[in-house]
Design a protein around this ligand. Structure first.
Ligand code: UDX
Length: 440
């Protein structure tokens, strides 16, 4: 049992705090936002993550998980402090380290006993050294401390499971003893633990996310080629994925990657690389392909409808992926903006993200369900592959639409079945160009 403080009760911080408490440690979640801290104490979750709420409650009841906004209360008791604050994108795509620096300073000002500070936020290469410098400068008394980089690889929607069953844990530090102390926390998870230097650990996080984004952009480029050559990218991906060297994961062609990590991290890596004299041409192309996927949706609709001015387009799904209400860098934002710029009206439905969307998107009408969103539309776009969209009665949808054009941005429907129902069906990389939609 260790005394642990997690600075930041956002996605990564809250999941890490809860899971480390579940593993038997005494964990304090520290967040400057007093309102958030107060509602966490009452058991109200600031984010939607399957399985999180019950685990928070269970560990609160077992007196293993606490929440506070006071560094003065939390830090002197701690043996290990995780920094899990946000690193938003700055003006030119560089990671903004403002919150990390503030956390390091506040930790230093309250340090009283030997401490291991572990950086979980995704930070530019070299930030571990910066955190060490800040602590050294601001420590009120000379207390021994070590800094360890421990990047997170959690996916939203399966974050608890990803924490409890990781493929690997990466620890970066020049202090072997500190790395070993952190490794002990993860031993119950029985996964490979890779110990590196600080900078290499920081780079592993960026390289992993950039590779996954590249894999998706690669299959999306294959999808574009398939459309021109009359092949089906779903089967191409299945055929490729059976090769163990390639693997089937992250080969779903669609409207591209979004969310809180891939866009921000790829941009930050490109920025860092360019600033240090490297030429990240592949990652630039990966980003451009991703934007093209959004544009292609609008081009397909325009082609079938002969222009979008005055048309009404239904959008199914707003979250950047299913099982989350997260709208950060969601493809829906770009697609809706592009549709609106072409003069189309947009009505949308998402099972959980509409409350978030209402605060962030202008000029969108929200509907009670998918049927309602489709009814009377000139075109319908599937943006997020929620399970409930896979079970829709597409015959009913077709009959309710003004013009039966469907852009399946996540390839969840069978092209032949859709054509049989009379829908003008566009998948991503699945069929040759289709003719103009009949007026109905
Ligand atoms: C990602 C990484 O997977 C995780 O390791 C890291 O810690 C944070 O970033 P997350 O953003 O939660 O996790 O989502 P993920 O499930 O990886 O999907 C990212 C985006 O790629 C989504 O927009 C998703 O729709 C898209 N995607 C994913 C595809 O378009 N095709 C695929 O085959 C897989």
């Amino acid at each position: 049992m260790r005394n642990i403080v997690i600075v930041g009760s956002g996605y990564v911080g809250l999941v890490t705090a809860t899971c480390l408490a579940d593993l038997g440690n005494r964990v304090v979640g520290l967040d400057c936002d007093e309102e958030k801290t107060e509602s966490l104490r009452r058991g109200a979750m600031p984010i939607y993550e399957p399985g999180l709420e019950e685990r928070v409650l269970r560990n609160r009841q077992a007196d293993r998980l606490f929440f506070t906004s006071s560094y003065r209360e939390a830090i002197p008791e701690a043996e290990l402090v995780f920094i899990a604050v946000g690193t938003p994108a700055g003006a030119v795509g560089q990671a903004d380290l403002h919150y990390v620096e503030e956390a390091a300073r506040s930790i230093a000002e309250n340090i009283a006993n030997p401490l291991t500070v572990i950086n979980k936020s995704t930070v530019p290469i070299g930030t571990g050294d910066l955190v060490a410098d800040i602590i050294r400068q601001h420590a009120r008394c000379p207390v021994p401390f070590a800094v360890v980089s421990n990047p997170e690889f959690l996916r939203e929607g399966s974050a608890i499971n990803d924490f409890m069953h990781p493929d690997r844990v990466v620890l970066g530090s020049t202090d072997r003893g500190a790395a070993e102390t952190v490794a002990e926390l993860y031993r119950p998870l029985k996964c490979p633990i890779l110990v590196t230097d600080l900078r290499t650990a920081e780079m592993i996080k960026y390289a992993s996310n950039a590779f996954l984004a590249t894999k998706i952009s690669f299959i999306n480029e294959m999808a574009a080629i398939c459309e021109h050559l009359g092949a089906d990218v779903k089967l191409v991906a299945a055929g490729m994925g059976l090769d163990r060297r390639i693997g089937p994961a992250f080969l779903d062609a669609g409207i591209g990657w979004g969310g809180s990590c891939f866009p921000k991290d790829v941009r930050a890596l490109v920025n860092m690389a360019a600033n240090h004299g490297a030429h990240p041409q592949l990652l630039r192309a990966v980003t451009e392909i991703n934007l093209d996927q959004r544009r292609q949706v609008v081009i397909k609709l325009k082609q079938s409808l002969g222009g979008l001015r005055g048309r009404v387009i239904g959008v199914l799904g707003l979250a950047f992926k299913p099982n989350t209400d997260d709208m950060r860098d969601a493809p829906s934002r770009d697609i809706i903006a592009l549709l609106q710029a072409e003069g189309a009206g947009v009505r949308a439905y998402d099972p959980v993200a509409m409350d978030v969307a209402r605060k962030q998107l202008d000029g969108v009408t929200y509907r009670a369900d998918a049927y309602d969103a489709a009814s009377g539309c000139d075109g319908l776009v599937v943006v997020t592959e929620w399970n409930e969209f896979k079970q829709l009665d597409m015959g009913t949808i077709k009959r309710s639409m003004r013009r039966p054009v469907l852009v399946d941005g996540r390839n969840i429907y069978d092209p032949e079945q859709m054509a049989e129902l009379g829908l003008v069906y566009w998948g991503i990389g699945r069929c040759a160009p289709v003719p103009e939609a009949p007026a109905s």
